[in-house]
Every structure is written in C-alpha cells, then in structure tokens.
Ligand binder design. Sequence first.
Ligand code: FAD
Ligand code: 2HG
Ligand code: ZN
Length: 478
Amino acid sequence: MDLPALPPIDSLRGAFAGRLITDPRDLEPFLVDWRRRYFGRAIAAAIPDTVEGVAAVVRWCAEQRVAVVPQGGNTGMSGAATPDDSGRSVVLSLARLKRVRAIDTVNNSITVEAGCTLAEVRAAAQAAGRLFPLSLPSEGSCTIGGNLSTNAGGVAVLRYGNARELCLGLEVVTADGETWHGLRGLRKDNTGYDLRDLFVGSEGTLGVITAATLKLYPLPAAQVTAMAALDDPHAALRLLEQAQSALGSSLTAFELISDLCLELVAKHFPDHRRPFAQPSPYYVLLETSDSEGEAHATAAFEALMERALDTGIVRDAVVATSGAQSRALWALRELISEAQSATGKNIKHDVSVPISSIGDFVERTNAELAQRFPGIRLVVFGHLGDGNLHYNVSPPVDRCGPEHEAEFLALQPAINRVTHDSVHAFGGSISAEHGLGQLRRDESARYKSAIEMALMRRVKQALDPLGIMNPGKVLPPG
Ligand code: FAD
Ligand code: 2HG
Ligand code: ZN
C-alpha cells in the first residue's frame, strides 16, 4: 500500500492537550519492553490527559495512516506494547488517565480510568471497604487498561477469575477515533454481541480502553498463607484436590514453585530464603481467604497439612502465623521473575493444560528438553490451581554470561517447538495469561485452526479496517 508522507509532528501537537514526546532520549523508554527483547521506532509518544485527547490522537493517526501503539505500564511479557521498526507509529500512553470515577458499594463496582495502576485500583477499593481481587506481582506498575487488554491472570484467578471475569463494562476509543461509552455496571446484559469481551484480551489491536467498570468483593475477614514442600507436580495435584475438598471456595491461591526458583531468589535477594531446613524439588504456596476469621483459617490449614503429611503427599509444611511471615512467603513467589531475569536472558513459556494433566506435561516435557538440550535449566512455577505454568528456560550454569546470550537465544525456536508441541498434545494453550504480542504471534498461528485464524482476521478487519491499531501484534501480517 502507498502511504502518505509522514506529516509534520506539529500537526499532532496541535491536535490534543497533553504531553507529546519527540526528543529521542525521552522517547527511548517507550520504544523497548522491560525485558529488552524488542526495540521499535516511533514518531512520538503522546500522553493525553483526557479521553477526548485520546480520541484526537487516534483520529490524527487514522487520517495520516500512522499506527497507534497503546501503552500502559509497559510491564507486558510479550512485546505487545513496543512499536514495530517501521518508524510510522505513535505510542499512545494512557499513563495520565488516572481518575477513579465512581465506587458503588451496593452494586459492588468501581469505575476507573485506564492509566490507574492495579495497586491504585486495589487501594481505592480497600479504602471503600471492598476487595478488587486481581493480583499480579507487577501491580505497582501495570495499569488496569493493560490488565484488561492482556486479560491478565495472576495469583487469585482460582477464586475470582481473570481480568475478563472481573470486568463489567468498558469505555473504548475505536480505531476511527469515536468513543464507545460501554461503562455498564450490569451483571446481566444479553443485548447482542459482547463488544466488551472483544476488546478484553485484544492487546491494543482493536481499540484503546480508556476506562472500565470492575467488580468488587467483600474484604475477607482473614487471609492465611502456607507453604508445602513436595516431590513433584503429581503430589501438588493431589494436595490441590485435598485443599479444594477441605477449603472449597476459600482457597484463593495455589502456586507451584520449583526448587531452582527459590535458589535463584535466594541468590539475587539474599534476605529471602527457603522456609525449610532441607530443599525439596517442588513447593506449593497456598492462600485461604476466610470469612470466619484467622483462627478458623489457620486451623483449617493446619488440619489440611497434617493430613497431607500423614498420607505422604507433602514432605514438610509451614503455616504463616503473622502478616510478616505471610508476606515473606509471598515475596519468595513474587521475586521469581526478577531473580530469573537477573540471571540473564531466558526463554519464557506461559502455558496452560487441563489441571489434571500438569504432572504428566511437566514430566514428559522436562525429559524431552533434557535430552535435546543438555544442561538447560527449567525455571518452572506458576498458577497450578488454574492449570497455568510459567515453564521458563535458562541457559546451562556454565553458559550464562552475556557472551553466551546469542548462542542460547538461537535455541529459542527449537525449545519453543518442543514445549509448545507438548502443550498442544495435552490439549493446552501456548499463552495462558501473557498474550501473544510479538513473541507468540507466529507460534499461535501454527496451533490455531484455519477457521479460527480467519474469524480473528474478520474481527480485526471489521473493527480496524485501516489496520492502524498496534500492527504486527496478535495476528501475523497478511
Ligand atoms: P503494557 O505492557 O503497557 O501493554 C500490554 C498490552 O496491552 C499491549 O498490547 C498494549 O498495547 C495493550 N494496552 C495497554 N494499555 C492499553 C489500553 N488502555 N487500551 C488498549 N490496549 C492497551 N501478567 C499476568 O497475567 N499474571 C501475572 O502474574 C503477571 N506477573 C508479572 C510479574 C512481573 C514481575 C512482571 C514484570 C509482569 C507480570 N505480568 C503478569 C505481565 C504484565 O504485568 C501484565 O501483562 C499486565 O497486564 C500488563 O499491563 P501494562 O499496563 O504494563 O500493559
Ligand atoms: C508471574 O506469575 C508472572 O509471576 C511472570 O506471570 C511469569 O516471569 C514469568 O514468566
Ligand atoms: Zn503468572
């Protein structure tokens, strides 16, 4: 397609009130993802203060045939918020749309603008005596717009669902710069196609989310955390079954952690060590949210752990007896990503399989990778209760330095192939919660059927006929 010459940037400056960054040094942080795996180019980063400003930027881009790359906290794992290298993009940062518009404690809902960080939304809910349950280790930086656009998961999906399930309504600036006011606080609404659910999880490829109405829950009377040491993911599944029978919907988190994860955390964050005298191959971090108070929750956990010890499912267990102990256990889990990054470049897989298949998946995939790529280290952790693992790969210990990076990353396609073919064989998904972005875009096309790809392309064509919304993400070009 012949594109018009790039227009003078001053015409965009005049199009909206807010910040426009064009200086290359100031622009740099908007052009790279936090893992430093994707580097793009852009004419400018636009940071409007208002929804009208967002619409004006999108309209300018549509007129000039310039791509719009929405960006929130830039904490995404798939390179989805980084522009391509065409130089024909505007990064549209939502960081200044930060108002909490309304809280309704009878409807149990909160309406917030897209640039509020997840931590700010949780704090606003808490100040009103309510829980907004989405919980990610990146909550201080990621934004609610980014959470919805990636359909983020996190550590409380088991009880409350992912971002999609917590979203009641959306306000969206469409690809032609109009605003759809869909901030309905309704639990039930069967009036045709669900536009909200099209935008959730679309990674900025269909429109720009400017605000959302979200579900709130009562604050739990008590939350208690425990950690169990065990042999393998099969044992973890048996513990999950027992925990669900004993605790029902009070079980809010069930996270698997392999020993290498805790070794890396202890190495890079020496204040955070395993809570057990002896290391075990795997651990599970559990949390219960109890409406009857702390004593009740602790007693239930202790009974569960005693039974699991008696039946040989777990080797050892610890139940936190204070908030500080609970936070220390959670820190071990939440620091894994950073600890693995501190070890050097790694290959990420964010996979889901039916929960009951996780043990077999890990066993078979570990064996095949070990045989094909001797010495590689598997950093396996994640949301076992949702059937979702971060099945990440680090280089062998003696090939960790920057001088070995290129050699290791050259293995990525082959390592992905083994891992993703295994996921597919177990009926799973190659992106459980991080999205496709640029990282898994082409991989995903390999596993989806032709009809699924064709339907997705038709949706894209209908909502973004000019193809300006975050091109090169989710769908392969062409
Ligand atoms: P960005 O990275 O800025 O953008 C992500 C995508 O959303 C891009 O496609 C972008 O174009 C689009 N986008 C952003 N804002 C908008 C908007 N307003 N309208 C339209 N499109 C938009 N993720 C999980 O799911 N679970 C976890 O447990 C988890 N843990 C993490 C832990 C760490 C330490 C880190 C660094 C990341 C973690 N993540 C996790 C990944 C990341 O935090 C989430 O994907 C998050 O939802 C991204 O939000 P963001 O605001 O940073 O979005
Ligand atoms: C988590 O659950 C995140 O901590 C990050 O989803 C996973 O680093 C990762 O691969
Ligand atoms: Zn995760």
